[in-house]
Structure formats: structure tokens, C-alpha cells
Ligand binder design. Structure first.
Ligand code: A3P
Length: 320
């Protein structure tokens, strides 16, 4: 379906980027960017995979699990986006092509931030700076089951402000299952997760499944602490897991209200109950809400397409 604003997308190396969110200059220069720091930690995820949740998680682990130190900082101050201007998150830059074009390259802006930096991005593996692919920095890749990602993405983006004709769930499934990287912003879901997953044995890459965060946060915290060389007293782990629970994060204004304005605008414009969307980055926060949204036929279509591919690379999601 056609987006309302013409020329909104730019295809870079075959992959689609939305110019009303992403500073494309940063993306174009990312592979050759040579000022990454050894102690940088990068979170990479496909959109709607629990990025904000993992920012809270990784930031907390980087601070040794000390909740008091982190909890007063707004979620958008806990990490620096590599390709989206931080002024967007602070509400100082509109989500419009013109406004984004006028922002400075976020990677250059990030150079004035103190170390250690927590950076986040939806960029796929192949867009990472060459030094990162060679082992510099640490990358935490967040992977979430494709059906949850699809439903979450569809409910957020299939709205009349963006489209002349609002896409149906089937349209969104078509886009998600396309084998090319030009149908979805940041490329296809499969391309994103499979590349991180296939590189998971590299010493500087650590993959975490959203579903494991949901079902076994304690072990996720321990694994992440080992990866980041942080020692966290055992008695802190349970409190950390509790602090990161959906309801706790939603109630905390520093983590729960990050995109409230966007959300309210979108609800008003559609006049629909978008599944009681709470904030755009915190909707339901479950591993199997997709079961209430996909028909049997849609579910089978996704399984038929992605099932063999995922099996082939040995990637299994508990909730699929
Ligand atoms: P749902 O739409 O399925 O609820 P991102 O930050 O990458 O945009 O991801 C958003 C998704 O992560 C949303 O999924 C959101 O509810 C979920 N999420 C955010 N915080 C969470 C938390 N503390 N626990 C579980 N899920 C969370």
C-alpha cells in the first residue's frame, strides 16, 4: 500500500529506510564509521522486538544491577540511537522528512557522550561498522518470535495517518514474508534475526530471545552479566527481574510513557480501540498475544514460509 508522504523511503544497499525517522546520512556512513570505542555496547533489534525493554535491561546490568542509580533516568536517556536523532525521542524533532533531514548525523553527535556508551539501533548485522564485525564493541541482539513482531508492528503502523489505504493484516504478512529487503523498514525480519543468530558464536555478539526475557529473566540477566563482565550479587537478580516486569515499567513514568503523545494522536485519528494500546512501545508485552490476532490460515502461511528457514538455522522460539 502507498504511504501518504511521497519519497518517504530510501533504499540503501537494497534495504528500506524511512526518512521520517532515520537520519539516512548516518546509515550510509555506518559501515565505514571508524570511531567506535572498545567499551561501547550496542543493542540491535528488529522493530517491535522489545528494544526499549532491553535498553532498560542492558543499562541496569551495565550499572551492576543497581536499580537506584538507573531508575530516575528517562528510558530515552539510557541509550543513544545510532541512526535516529535523539531529538526525536526528546520530542524536539518532528517525525517528518524535512525535520529529520535537518538533524545532524547522530553518530557524530554521539561522539561527545562519555564512555561507556550504550547505543541502540534497528540496523541489521550487515550495516554494522566494519570494526564491530571484526570484534570491536559488544553487541546484544534481541530476537522475538515473528508472529508477535508482526502483530505488534501492524497495530502500531497500519494507521490512517500513514497510509492512503490502511494495510490489512494480510498485507502486513505479505510484506513481512517478502524475501527482499525493500518491503519492510530495516529490511525483512528473517534477514535481521538470521544474521545475528548465525554470528552468535563471535565473542562480541550475544543473542537474547524476548521470550527468554519474559519467561526466565534471572538467567538472561546472569548470561548478560557474564557477557558484559559485570559481577552482580545474586541477591540483586530477583529484584532486577521484578523491576523490569511489564507492569512495573508501565507504571514508572520514566519508562512507561515514552511515546505517549504519538499514541494518543494515533488513537484519536483512528477512532478505534487499537487493542488498548497503552503507549506505542508498551502494548501487551506477552509472548502469545499473536494467537488472538492471527487466523488459522494466516498462522499456517507464516509457518509454511518461515518454519523451514528457522529450522535450517537452528533458531527456535518457545512461543511459535
Ligand atoms: P507488544 O506490542 O506485543 O505488546 P520495541 O521497544 O522494540 O518497539 O518493542 C515493543 C514491544 O515490546 C511491545 O510488544 C511492548 O509491549 C514490549 N515490551 C516493552 N516493555 C516490555 C516489558 N517490560 N515486558 C515485556 N514486553 C515489553
Amino acid at each position: 500500500p502507498e504511504f501518504k508522504s511521497e519519497g518517504q523511503f530510501e533504499i540503501i544497499d537494497g534495504t528500506c529506510f524511512s526518512k521520517d525517522m532515520t537520519n539516512v546520512e548516518a546509515v550510509r556512513g555506518m559501515k565505514t564509521y571508524d570511531k567506535m570505542r572498545d567499551d561501547d555496547v550496542i543493542i540491535s533489534s528488529y522493530p517491535r522486538s522489545g528494544t526499549h525493554w532491553s535498553i532498560a535491561l542492558v543499562d541496569l546490568v551495565m550499572h551492576g544491577g543497581d536499580i537506584e542509580t538507573v531508575k530516575e533516568r528517562h528510558i530515552h536517556e539510557r541509550s543513544i540511537w545510532m541512526d535516529v536523532p535523539m531529538t526525536v525521542f526528546r520530542g524536539e524533532t518532528d517525525l517528518s522528512m524535512k525535520a529529520i533531514e535537518e538533524t545532524p548525523n547522530p553518530m557524530i553527535v554521539a561522539e561527545s557522550a562519555p564512555s561507556p556508551r550504550l547505543l541502540s539501533t534497528h540496523l541489521p548485522y550487515n550495516f554494522m561498522p566494519e570494526s564491530v564485525k571484526q570484534g570491536k564493541c559488544k553487541v546484544v541482539a534481541i530476537l522475538r518470535n515473528p508472529k508477535s513482531v508482526l502483530v505488534s508492528n501492524h497495530l502500531l503502523h497500519a494507521v490512517p495517518e500513514l497510509f492512503d489505504v490502511v494495510p490489512t493484516l494480510d498485507n502486513s504478512i505479505d510484506a513481512m514474508l517478502a524475501d527482499t529487503q525493500d518491503q519492510m523498514v530495516y529490511g525483512s525480519w528473517y534477514n535481521h534475526v538470521s544474521r545475528w543468530w548465525l554470528n552468535r558464536d563471535k565473542a562480541n555478539i550475544h543473542c537474547i530471545l524476548y521470550e527468554d526475557m519474559k519467561m526466565n529473566m534471572g538467567d538472561v540477566i546472569k548470561g548478560l552479566a557474564r557477557f558484559l563482565n559485570k559481577s552482580i550479587p545474586n541477591e540483586r537478580i530477583e529484584k532486577m527481574a521484578e523491576h523490569l516486569q511489564f507492569d512495573k515499567m508501565l507504571k514508572n513514568p520514566k519508562t512507561g510513557k515514552a511515546f505517549e503523545k504519538l499514541q494518543v494522536d494515533s488513537l484519536e485519528a483512528t477512532g478505534q480501540d487499537l487493542d488498548a494500546l497503552k503507549t506505542s512501545h508498551m502494548r501487551k508485552g506477552t509472548i502469545d498475544d499473536w494467537k488472538t490476532k492471527l487466523t488459522v490460515a494466516q498462522n499456517e502461511r507464516i509457518d509454511a514460509h518461515l518454519g523451514p528457514k528457522l529450522k535450517n538455522i537452528g533458531l527456535k522460539f518457545p512461543s511459535i
